[in-house]
Design a binder for this molecule. Sequence first.
Ligand code: CA
Length: 678
Amino acid sequence: MKLPFISSLMTAAAIASGTLLTCIPVFSQSAYDSRFIEYPTYNGDDLELTVDASGTHFRLWSPKAQEARVNLYDNGHTGKPYRTLEMKPDPDNGTWNASVPQKLYGKFYTFQINWNGEWKNETPGVWAKAVGVNGKRAAIIDFATTDPQGWQNDKGPKVDNFSDVIVYEMHHRDMSMHPSSGIANKGKFLALTEKGTTSPSGEKTGIDHLKELGITHVHILPSYDYNSVDEANLQNNVYNWGYDPQNYNAPEGSYSTNPSDPATRVREMKEMVKALHDAGIGVIMDVVYNHTAENDGSNFELTAPGYYHRHWDDGRYSDASGCGNETASDLQQMRDYIIKSTKYWADEYHIDGFRFDLMAIHDTETMNQVAAELKKINPSIFVYGEGWTAGDSPLAVERRALKENVSKMTGIAVFSDDIRDAVKGHYTNAADRGFATGKPGQEETVKIGIVAATNHPQVDFSKGNNSKFAYAASPEMIVNYVSCHDDLCLTDKLHHSMEGEPEKNMLEAAKLAQTIVFTSQGTPFMFAGEEVFRDKKGVHNSYNRPDSVNAIDWNNKSKYRDQFDYYKELTALRKAHPAFRMTSAGEIAKNLVFDKIDSAKTPNLISYSLKNHANGDEWEEIKVVFNGASHPQEINIKKGNWLIVAKDGKMAHDASLGATQGGKITLAPYSALILARP
Ligand code: CA
């Protein structure tokens, strides 16, 4: 999400502490919205447009419209309609229908409804799968012509457990816009199809870099058609994260090489997916069904006024997104829409996962159905989201897909803001330090992250900063991270909070922070470029800032090669050792044992073992110790034959750093010690 001051945590914390409860109604819908429950719904697969042997067919869902029509155009954005079709109502299911006997490939269309005696503005509808430039008109294309070669056999990586996934969150422009990327199709879907690209000093960039790093999935920031970038004037080179949805079922035009040709964006996005799949990498899409860029001007509002958004009793838009409105997943047609739309991306684009923005705006029942339906298409599809809202909602708290409600859902994971803020310091206060940068008192919250917020006999959840109970029933419900596109990225956070210390300390603290994430149970998630110590010039909320702020400078890869090599070892260690990827809360409680450390006397020190060849690991025991203090700290390791996996800022997943017999070992400031007993 793009808002500077609305905090995931504030909301979650406010809800957890009950401060919001007083103003939340018991009923799911407001009095205003309860009228929509009576609307007839339509769940067929032919909504808005189908082309078949008998011609082109339009079916618009708009139960209370007085009239409806389709405008047909030769062009995607200029000129008048060459023909207008009156639509006939089907009152049983609330749809309006019109057909022509020709296949109208190459043409464009808009819908218009008569509402209270007035024709509303034209809209491409809510189901446009291809659009003209800037997404104002829907396009009729033959999708069979958009498939890259070999698409029939294209498949993403198979995932047995979601703890096996390593997520790399990226924006198309961040990855490729900088001149040092060596990539030709800068800022485009095609950037990730280019092989053999390098930085000026010869370091791999683009897709080769991703392979070298060893992540399993890229998570691409919103890539459906969004509102803020003028696709007709790309020379203006505008940047946006894309959390302002316009057409949920068509790719964003500015990421294509020709936004005026509706098939190009479809084909190029598929080519990107195919290239990543060929490299063994899955593709997760960031989806923002929780709100629309516009209120009255949104496609939802122009097709079925009032229905798709939530409102307060007095009819004002409610605004749990902090962006002016929120959608109503608890109403059947909207719920079906989210389910069908994600299924469409999984089917047509072979998408391997979905990250739900402000997921708690949606209800748990919708999220359960989304996950269940997607897993019918492909059991490897990973569904996770932000388990919070950015404001109050008419939806009852117990129905929200909140972090605290994740155990009421099946096949859904949530981000752990617990580990995020405890490790690096609170995101609302740039100067605040965390466990990995010397702030005492964070140990118990870090442990909550280490056990993936599952019930553990040695973790006292009452001491957690953000969450006071073991909210995850399984490690597959947790995504651990220390930073993402939101807020200060890790490098900037360290620059602020460690001001006055040498850069070397920041590099060590960055390694330690990510070591905590990558060795914790649950799914690790990292923000693109942190492996080369990328920064965002200290900009906290960079959603509409230029490439000069957001683009990753790939010269960093040689400058901070040591950092990159360490991250590479982190992914390799995690992939080679299933002990870090246990699949049940019971296994974690049994095999993950914390060493007793009095945090009041020796803060910023955590030590634990993964025992019993956990989860089938070849190593009998793995000892993991973190020193987040700015001074060296000593730990007493049980005597035995230990191989050194990580020590003093170095890591080797094959435990080739030497051996030790245990006893007293000193950890350098801001560093991890990992030992293995085969
Ligand atoms: Ca757009």
